[in-house]
Design a protein around this ligand. Structure first.
Ligand SMILES: *Cc1c(COP(=O)(O)O)cnc(C)c1O
Length: 401
């Protein structure tokens, strides 16, 4: 999308607004698929939590993606979007046995990540096959917020507990149809990923009824200049070869599955805001926009750096700004950032606003969640209306005093 298109989205739908470009989602999907072209059966399950608008789910499904879900509500969204249950995998963490049983009734694939539920589920439903989430205890780069493979992580069943898993499986007579890992959100190093994969292959050898091995995600996309991105082509080349070898020794063609969120949608999204006030203090020039961490919390939550450009004055002389929001809380989007001269009323565009942006939004300060727009075939279509005051009071009850 060019700046002119983005400006017309603001004109037509107001600000703040999220806009997602299907062309970029398709580019990323094709890239991943081509990288693993040598694998006979590849499944890409899109991680719904990254961006869960049903139009986005429907679009990605039209490309061939299944869905990776972490709650019963995400399962229902995927079904709502027309995804067949068999193409949905449910990978929850710390949810109740009751919820897992409800999801199992939808006939989606179940991924279990703790021994307690494995034993309960296997005892009560030995006829329902399950996938097992292994924690290989590998730190695939990044900082500790997002590397979930390490020793004290709450995710997955430790690889060291493999004997216990096997005992439960044997005692209950349950069937294990998949082995899974998800080592976190930043694979910086392909060799680390391949190392973790070897641990997964070792675990896979212990189960004779597998249909798939799910390598999770963690593909890194660039956020700012100079950022490293996962070389999926190199990973694809190396892992495909190794996977095909494994299938030979295993004696059956298995499906190789991934569940990328960020990789598919991060770069497809832009968040557009309007500048309310330019405030010069003794040390800083603040550009305060009609948003805050109620709409985009990643910079404050994990210090992520979203590139910001002034699309209504792209030729303006660059100056240094701190871009902040309008809520009553520190909500700094960017500190000391070089941006073309900002005037009140200008429209700023945040890059990489597809993943974990809208889905983490809230009503803090009783503000409305933004609208969402899909840019598809050169046309902007509204896929979620901006909230209204009605939405804020919808579930509230006013008592009389
Ligand atoms: C969040 C999540 C993903 C997606 O991670 P990205 O970094 O967005 O690719 C994949 N699998 C599981 C189990 C997840 O929880």
């Amino acid at each position: 999308m060019i700046d002119q298109n983005l400006l017309s989205v603001v004109q037509d739908f107001g600000s703040p607004v999220y806009v997602y470009d299907t062309e970029i989602m398709r580019r990323q999907y094709d890239r991943l698929q081509n990288a693993f072209g040598k694998v006979k059966q590849l499944r890409i399950h899109y991680a719904v939590k990254a961006l869960s608008n049903i139009s986005v789910l429907k679009y990605l499904h039209s490309l061939g993606a299944g869905m990776d879900t972490v709650s019963i509500q995400e399962v229902k969204l995927a079904i709502e979007a027309g995804v067949p249950p068999q193409e949905i995998i449910y990978t929850p963490n710390g949810v109740s046995m009751q919820e897992i049983e409800k999801v199992a009734k939808f006939d989606v694939r179940i991924n279990i990540d703790n021994l307690s539920i494995l034993e309960q589920f296997g005892t009560q439903h030995p006829e329902i096959p399950v996938c097992i989430r292994i924690n290989p205890h590998v730190m695939a780069g990044g900082n500790t917020n997002i590397s979930v493979g390490h020793i004290d992580s709450k995710f997955g069943i430790s690889i060291h507990q493999l004997p216990l898993i096997k005992r439960i499986v044997e005692n209950t007579g349950m069937r294990v149809n998949g082995i899974h890992m998800h080592t976190g959100s930043d694979i910086l190093d392909i060799d680390v990923f391949l190392y973790a994969s070897e641990i997964l292959f070792k675990a896979a050898e212990e189960f004779s009824d597998l249909e798939f091995i799910d390598f999770g995600s963690g593909f890194k996309v660039p956020y700012k200049e100079g950022d490293i991105e996962t070389n999926v082509e190199e990973l694809g080349e190396k892992l495909s070869t190794r996977f095909n070898e494994f299938c030979k020794t295993y004696g059956r063609e298995l499906t190789l599955a991934f569940e990328p969120g960020k990789f598919l949608v991060s770069e497809a999204g832009k968040f557009l805001v309007q500048v309310n006030v330019v405030k010069q203090t003794t040390s800083t020039v603040f550009a305060q926009v009609d948003s805050g961490f109620n709409h985009l919390i990643r910079p404050m939550l994990y210090g992520s750096q979203h590139l910001i450009s002034n699309i209504s004055n792209p030729e303006g002389r660059e100056r240094f700004y701190s871009v902040t929001g309008y809520i009553c809380e520190t909500d700094t989007f960017a500190n000391n950032r070089r941006i073309s001269e900002i005037r009140e009323g200008d429209i700023l565009a945040f890059n990489n606003a597809g993943a974990y942006c809208f889905t983490m939004s809230s009503n803090y300060n009783s503000r409305f969640r933004p609208a969402e727009v899909l840019w598809h075939n050169g046309e902007a279509r509204l896929i979620r209306e901006r909230e209204t005051f009605k939405d804020l009071i919808r579930n509230q009850k006013m008592l009389s005093f």
